[in-house]
Design a protein around this ligand. Structure first.
Ligand SMILES: Cc1ncc(COP(=O)(O)O)c(C=O)c1O
Length: 384
């Protein structure tokens, strides 16, 4: 907020964060919380088991393992897959850093693939050109809720004898050709952090139809313990989910359709209001996808728009509206990845262009259409 504003102006100014988690009123879950605390079993108890069963039934996947975050789930998953050190894994650069962090934690090499210009998901047609004798897996990402071309990824994985792992952190609720995400490839991982449509406050889920993999990850979320609880079978982490997180997650999951339809209505309104502005376009949701609508991201083409992405970001911040350049910078421009030599020779023209022009606007399930109007009024006036 600029220091030039008066006290009265500051008092009357609304402010919007990029996201707000939609959570139960404390009274709604108090009885379950009390019961869990009185039972003495406060982690990986009845609520975690119930959550795993509910997700498994909803999305139609055999195994669901609740963990402390998607990041820990991805780290454990790649460890459990046991790929040889130095193996190459093809993944997008236009994603959140945790996607590729999970590879580095496991001594694997991310090979960055370009994204598709309309859906922003990993470009299936660019994958084959990146395959080498060291490639072991294809690892695409659900981008803001939009699923990639899962059939093409699976066909390529099969043709080249590669594993397919899907980072579905943003995709609990998304569907591909009517099928919920969760059962594609060898395994998928969802996030239930506060920024997600279905939230546990903090948490994640690993989903798979593979019995051995599920059992291994179940052990590895609890240090790698064997059945006797003492002998260590695997190198694990302390990555369990608490009962309190599972109670919140079950409340949130039971309302997933409500959250998605309210987000769909808000995005439709945003799009109606913003489509008239020059140089703005929106993420395309292919007809085969039902997006979880985790984020609403616009692209600002500075050739046709009177303001650049960064100018719009700054002007909205001045007006009390938090937006985010997202995903930005792309991973191959981030220090960690550059210092590990993972940017050398990497050419991703679509990723560069999308990442330089994308801006996530405020969106949360309990936002009101009035709020969208207020934000759009500010954007329209900035464009003028
Ligand atoms: C694509 C992607 N992968 C992984 C993660 C990590 O999720 P978590 O915060 O649950 O570890 C996120 C979080 O936003 C994400 O967007």
């Amino acid at each position: 907020m600029s220091s030039g504003q008066t006290y009265m102006q500051r008092q009357t100014m609304k402010s919007y964060p990029l996201i707000r988690p939609t959570l139960p009123q404390p009274e709604e879950i108090l009885d379950q919380v009390r019961e869990a605390m009185e039972s003495g079993r406060v982690t990986c108890g009845g609520n975690v088991e119930a959550l795993e069963k509910e997700v498994s039934e909803l999305i139609g996947v055999k195994h669901v393992v609740a963990v402390s975050s998607a990041t820990s789930g991805l780290v454990l998953l790649f460890r459990a897959l046991g790929l040889p050190a130095g193996s190459e894994v093809i993944t997008p650069s236009f994603t959140f850093a945790a996607t590729a962090h999970a590879l580095l934690w496991n001594g694997l090499k991310p090979v960055f693939c370009d994204c598709e210009p309309h859906s922003f998901t990993m470009d299936a047609s660019a994958i084959e050109g990146l395959i080498t004798p060291r490639t072991r897996a294809i690892y695409p990402v659900c981008v803001f809720g939009v699923t990639g071309d899962l059939e093409s990824y699976a066909a390529l994985a099969e043709k080249h004898g590669l594993l397919l792992i899907y980072d579905s952190a943003q995709g609990l609720g998304s569907k591909y050709k009517g099928q919920w995400l969760g059962g594609f490839g060898i395994a998928e991982v969802f996030s239930m952090s506060p920024t997600k449509v279905v939230t546990a406050i903090e948490g994640g889920l690993v989903t798979t139809n593979d019995d051995i993999l599920a059992e291994r990850i179940r052990s590895m979320r609890d240090y790698g313990k064997g059945p006797d609880g003492q002998d260590m079978m695997h190198l694990g982490l302390s990555a369990r989910m608490s009962e309190i997180n599972a109670i919140v997650a079950r409340w949130s999951l039971a309302r997933v359709e409500q959250w998605i339809s309210s987000r769909e209505a808000l995005i439709e309104h945003y799009q109606e209001r913003l489509a008239v502005l020059p140089g703005i376009r929106f993420q395309f949701v292919p007809e085969w996808c039902r997006s979880s609508r985790n984020y609403f991201v616009i692209l600002i083409d500075s050739v046709h728009s009177p303001v650049t992405r960064d100018e719009l970001h700054d002007a909205l911040a001045e007006a009390g509206i938090q937006t985010k350049r997202y995903f930005y910078p792309p991973l191959h421009h981030q220090t960690l990845y550059k210092e590990n030599g993972l940017a050398e020779g990497v050419k991703l023209p679509v990723t560069e262009q999308i990442s330089a022009s994308s801006l996530a606007l405020p969106l949360y399930s309990h936002m009101r259409v009035d709020d969208v109007d207020w934000i759009c009024d500010r954007i329209v006036s900035i464009f003028r």
